[in-house]
Design a protein around this ligand. Structure first.
Ligand code: BES
Ligand code: ZN
Length: 877
């Protein structure tokens, strides 16, 4: 352990910056080994700061070597500044001055992938959240916004393409075979949005004409061998630009918008002003190498980063506690965009399913935090599902409470009022409130209270009076640092259905309709409906109108009715899930008790009806028939018994497969897609149901299914079908699984993104000696510890492999802990993310819990980065 442990910083300590930087002029003399960075910062004291004699304190990184610092051309002797704790401190300053700094950095030794680093043969940057300080000394905080001019000097042959934010304003050839290019970005921005790229890159060009008829140049850059895979991203970009104009009235502002793909990247993509940088896994797409899921992900991420141009760049965050201001809002925007491009209901089911599995688990674990955290040790640890997905749900609830029209008024006011500013979540809510007249005072608690609220619903029907009463109780469980909670303002969309499945009209608050919006604000509240003709079945929390756990005592018959007839597509899926969860929970109990497993409900009949109903969207049928994941069942469990969960799922799947063998065989034939591959909702839906049917059909033991898996693997003309066949073979224990895995690697060994899928699948394979096989894979040519995508595929995949990771001998925990300790020395962000599966130790069955805790303690005893220290120490607390 280190002698002094890293300390936390607090939202309550926020102070405006004592200095401002009006202009930032940077010069990079690019060199792989040692790059010289010269900065000229045009600074002045901040008139809004009370600390008008405070010293100038600039942030830097351990690896930034200061060569010289001058103030208004006066070179400071070493006695006139201090370098302590990675900060450059200058005591005596004028009110207005130009600070010149010359620093040296080593891009090729930068393994953290923050700041300026190398990815294959190019230079690139990643500055969010606090990466700019690894380039030079700066006020590296988002409320310091500056106009950047960047000169890049590099070898013209190795680096013909040199890019930064804004517009290229000058270019000259220097005597020594080098080229100098100057970029200027007229929009003031915080340093986290700075970007630089240099490399030998190919480009795809296009244009977009904005709503005010300005022509914007669009460019996507990749290494030469990937340029044939950017067409889909380019189309997605144009769709995003149009959508933001139509739905939010937001037009693009610069004359050029560039995207660059890089192979080594800690995250998915980054919204640097005018120069987005993407992990190549989130940008490149071709039918042969990319699955449907990845196509949709590429589209969503292109949209997400583009949308940040307004929600994040033009209006940015005051401090990193406000991260959800840009991320939650932008996720809500990209979710709405994808819903509009494809199917609304399918998109909602996928997002909610992810939220309920992963964000709810985070909210119930040791790292639980509010959407606007009150403190952190390392900000990189707070790019979480809570900030992103729950943050998006908060914006969605505001949309629900205000309605589309007032919400738009609110977003217009927000963008107009705060253009060019660094603001807070409170500012966002204030704009929504003022533009709509809806009181959001209590609603704001959603930002400051962690934990998933639970709502209990009971009902009562009075036949004589034709009234129906719903009583809702809310309670939010304690989370670390927050023992007690206040009631939240929760929008609950409710519909009523009669016993034959028809919408049932009722009067509520003088409004007669078959759907109502209840606003739950008290700990307990009664909602009364009148003119209710018969006893209803309630369809509660339609569209998942709030991120809560809702319970109501439905009978199986009620759930079957909702599954087949609810007017709300989302709640049909939810009823199917609930039926499956109920059945699985019974099976899990049987397994824990060591009893023989047997089915207790009529789930199979419900599923049969779905398969036979030709009026349904095949994508929805596939989503409903897809059994709740082990991860979701673990989230729901009080105490997790991984083997019981696995046994229960396998048993149920087999029972369904055997009972509906004919139906699955038919569905497999019926939903084949003909014609060239298209990443369109209709075809994606067919493929998803067809491949789900194939998985059940194989599980039923049918010999013909075995052959169909092999045939599909060999003859598929797209990665969705080929990889589906392979996954099915691997997960269902097909006797040719090994052959197919080998064949797949042989076929795709020169396509790194496909190889990553192979790594992920290999790591998630359930087998007795899984850790041995992981150790072999780590030595395979396909693996590279330096590449975050490969680490995520292999080690991330292993963390999801419940039976291997939770092996009773503890070997899975030990293996992961070993890797975390190795990786932490290279890349703390990646190491920290790998810790997640270990942090859930308190919920595990006792024999596993102790082994997991021992590994956490072993990690804790090491000399750790801030990133890993924070996650592990909070997990053990
Ligand atoms: N601003 C983030 C990228 C980022 C995150 C940089 C954390 C540095 C630290 C970007 O807008 C983002 O949110 N990217 C997501 C994908 C998005 C679709 C949710 C990502 O990278 O996973
Ligand atoms: Zn984002």
């Amino acid at each position: 352990m280190k002698e002094s442990q890293p300390s936390a910083i607090y939202l309550k300590d926020y102070k405006v910056p004592p200095f401002l930087i009006d202009k930032t002029e940077l010069t990079f003399e690019l060199d792989e080994a040692t790059t010289v960075v010269t900065s000229k910062l045009h600074m002045r004291r901040n008139p809004d700061s009370k600390e008008n004699t405070a010293p100038l304190v600039l942030d830097g990184g351990e690896e930034v070597k200061l060569v010289a610092v001058a103030m208004d051309d006066y070179v400071l002797p070493s006695g006139e500044y201090q370098l302590v704790d990675n900060q450059l401190i200058i005591t005596a300053t004028a009110d207005r001055f130009v600070l010149t700094c010359e620093t040296l950095i080593e891009p090729q030794n930068n393994t953290r992938l923050e700041g300026l680093y190398r990815s294959s043969s190019m230079f690139c940057t990643q500055c969010e959240a606090e990466g700019f300080r690894h380039i030079t000394y700066y006020l590296d905080r988002p409320d310091v916004m500056s106009v950047f001019t960047t000169r890049i000097i590099a070898d013209a042959e190795k680096y013909p393409v040199m890019l930064s934010n804004g517009n290229e304003i000058a270019r000259e050839t220097l005597d020594d075979g080098k080229t100098s290019v100057v970029w200027h970005d007229p929009f003031p921005k915080p340093a986290y949005l700075f970007a630089l790229v240099a490399g030998n890159l190919e480009v795809k060009n296009d244009t977009f004409v904005t709503q005010s008829q300005r022509e914007v140049k669009l460019q996507i850059f990749t290494e030469a061998h990937n340029i044939d895979k950017v067409d889909y991203a380019m189309e997605a970009l144009k769709r995003s630009m149009r959508w933001d104009e139509e739905v939010y009235g937001r037009e693009y502002d610069l004359d050029i918008f560039m995207i660059v793909a890089v192979d080594d990247f800690n995250m998915g993509a980054m919204e640097n002003k005018g120069l987005n940088i993407f992990n190549s896994s989130c940008l490149l797409a071709s039918p042969e190498t990319t699955t449907d899921d990845t196509y949709l992900r590429v589209e969503a991420i292109v949209a997400h980063e583009y949308f940040h141009n307004w929600s994040g760049n033009r209006v940015t965050c005051r401090d990193w506690f406000q991260l959800s201001l840009k991320e939650g809002f932008t996720v809500f925007r990209d979710q709405s965009f994808s819903a509009d491009m494809h199917s609304d209901t399918v998109k909602r089911v996928e997002d909610v399913s992810f939220l309920k599995t992963a964000q709810f688990a985070e909210d119930a674990g040791p790292m639980a935090h509010p959407v606007r955290p009150a403190s952190f040790i390392e900000i990189s640890n707070f790019y979480t599902l809570t900030v992103y997905e729950k943050g998006a749900e908060i914006v969605r609830m505001i949309h629900t409470l205000l309605g589309a029209e007032k919400f738009r008024k609110g977003s217009d006011l927000y963008f107009e009022r705060h253009d060019g500013q660094a603001v807070t979540c409170d500012d966002f809510v204030a704009a929504m409130q003022e533009a709509s007249g809806v009181d959001l005072t209590q609603f704001k608690r959603w930002y400051s209270q962690a934990g998933t609220p639970q709502i209990r619903v009971v009902d009562e029907y009075d036949e004589q009076g034709q009234t129906y009463r719903l009583t809702l109780q809310q309670e939010t469980p304690a989370t670390p640092g927050q023992p007690t909670k206040l009631p939240l303002h929760i929008p609950v969309r409710v519909g009523l259905i009669d016993q034959s499945g028809n919408a049932l009209s009722a009067s509520f608050n003088g409004d007669s309709s078959d759907e109502h919006l209840l606003e739950l604000t008290e700990a307990e509240q009664v909602f009364e409906f009148t003119q209710v003709a018969t006893k209803p079945v309630p369809s509660l929390l339609r569209g998942f109108s709030a991120p809560v756990k809702l319970s109501y005592d439905y009978s199986s018959a009620d759930l079957l009715l909702l599954l087949s007839a609810d007017q709300d597509g989302f709640n049909r899926w939810n009823a199917g899930q609930q039926l499956a969860v109920n059945e699985l929970n019974t099976l899990i109990e049987q397994a824990i008790a060591g009893e023989a497993l047997s089915l207790t409900s009529n789930l199979v009949e419900g599923f049969k009806a779905l398969l036979q109903n030709d009026n349904l969207d095949p994508a929805m049928v596939a989503l409903i028939l897809n059994l709740p994941s082990q991860a979701y069942l673990s989230e729901l469990a009080q105490v997790i018994h991984p083997n019981a969960i696995k046994q229960a799922r396998q048993y149920l799947k087999k029972q369904i497969a055997e009972s509906l063998q004919t139906e699955f065989a038919q569905a497999y034939q019926q939903h084949q897609v003909t014609g060239p591959y298209q990443a369109e909702a209709k075809d994606i839906a067919s493929r998803s149901l067809k491949n789900l049917a194939l998985s059940y059909w194989l599980e039923s033991g049918a010999e013909t299914a075995k052959q169909s898996v092999v045939d599909q693997f060999e003859s598929a003309d797209n990665m969705t079908d080929q990889f589906a066949a392979l996954s099915i073979a691997v997960h269902n224990g097909h006797d040719k699984a090994d052959n197919l895995l080998d064949a797949f690697y042989q076929q795709w060994q020169n396509e790194p993104l496909v190889v990553n899928k192979w790594l992920m699948l290999s790591a998630s394979r359930e087998q007795e000696k899984a850790v041995d096989s992981m150790k072999t894979l780590m030595k395979h040519d396909a693996f590279d510890l330096k590449n975050p995508n490969k680490v995520r595929s292999l080690l991330g995949g292993f963390g999801q492999n419940i039976s291997a990771f939770h092996h009773v001998d503890g070997s899975g925990y030990q293996f992961l802990a070993d890797q975390i300790l190795v990786l932490d020395k290279r890349n703390p962000q990646i190491a920290s993310r790998l810790c997640t599966p270990l942090t859930r130790w308190k919920k595990m069955a006792p024999e596993l819990r102790v082994k997991m805790k021992a590994e956490l303690e072993r990690i804790m005893a090491d000399d750790l980065s801030k990133d890993v220290y924070e996650v592990i120490s909070k997990s053990l607390a």
